[in-house]
Design a protein around this ligand. Structure first.
Ligand code: ZN
Length: 305
């Protein structure tokens, strides 16, 4: 069944227009990377995509970016081609590789006219978000240190419970996973709300209670569906029913649209197709995120239909 909120599902990012959100209004979600743990290029991952986590939300003239996996590199390339003087807010959930590996390759950060506010929590080892991002760019891991990024970069320490107000856009945070200090985010603008909650740990009661609060009545919940990090080695690529707790949570939180994200590196396009059918049997509005997918939500204040 066609989903009226899905504007495009593009393999070719360059054909989309990032300036259009100002004209469209409402809130637009663009998926630039949807894979967990490690990039998975190849013939059997073309349709869902192989880049790791990066989701862009365009709302009220603001550009919000969640996580900087390898999808961030593709977004950066797109911005260079289509936008001048990029101003964005980048929110990190945590700093596993699949959330930060695109950051050193995010070319707009090397250009002096651009401005980025970078938000993240202190790691379990005490490192600030700036330190965590900087360390992966040091020799012998990488050839260009963070100091060579010429854009105006402002690093902002946040923690579970932080609330960020960007004019009319509200961003709330919760703790999702005590083992990784991962943060979940809820973006609210007018009557629209989107929750981005990945690296959830359903085995911890408090994390789920927090998530229940964060996701309550959300228009869109983006959440781990088919995979959680530690399963890669635990299961040796065997399936695990990771989606059931997310579906249960979405139902009890009265979420309108459920988008499963952070796909298992072992899963081919065909396997993900099967999983989507299986999940939709339990939650009819659920979809699996695809790289290049764009979801648009119109505000009820603009579009009563
Ligand atoms: Zn992780």
């Amino acid at each position: 069944m066609a989903d009226p909120d899905i504007l495009h599902s593009l393999q070719d990012h360059s054909s989309s227009n990032p300036g259009s959100f100002d004209e469209i209004g409402g809130l637009t979600i663009h998926f630039w990377g949807v894979r967990g743990s490690i990039p998975t290029p190849g013939a059997d991952t073309v349709r869902y995509g192989g880049n790791t986590a990066c989701v862009e939300i365009l709302v009220a003239g603001r550009r919000l970016i969640f996580d900087g996996g390898t999808g961030l590199r593709v977004l950066g390339k797109h911005l260079l081609q289509t936008a001048a003087d990029v101003n964005a807010h980048i929110f990190f959930t945590h700093t596993h590789w699949d959330r930060i590996q695109g950051f050193p390759f995010f070319l707009p950060a090397f250009q002096p006219d651009n401005t980025f506010s970078v938000y993240g929590a202190t790691a379990l080892n005490g490192a600030s978000i700036k330190q965590q991002l900087s360390e992966q760019m040091l020799q012998p891991n990488f050839f260009t240190p963070l100091q060579q990024m010429q854009a105006a970069l402002e690093f902002k320490h946040i923690s579970a419970g932080s609330v960020i107000q960007l004019d009319t856009v509200l961003i709330e945070t919760i703790g999702l996973n005590q083992q990784t200090n991962a943060l979940g985010y809820r973006v609210t603008w007018n009557d629209l709300s989107v929750v981005y909650a990945t690296d959830t740990d359903h085995s911890q009661g408090t994390a789920d209670a927090n998530l229940q609060y964060l996701a309550a009545d959300a228009d869109v919940l983006i959440i781990d569906g088919t995979y959680i990090d530690h399963q890669y080695h635990d299961s040796f690529c065997q399936d695990a029913a990771a989606w059931q707790p997310s579906v249960d949570l979405a139902a009890s939180a009265n979420v309108k649209k459920l988008i499963m994200f952070h796909h298992n590196p072992c899963h081919s396009d065909d396997r993900l197709d099967q999983l989507e059918v299986e999940i939709r049997d339990h939650f009819p509005t659920a979809r699996l995120a695809r790289e290049g997918m764009i979801v648009h939500l119109g505000s009820g204040k603009e579009n009563p239909a």
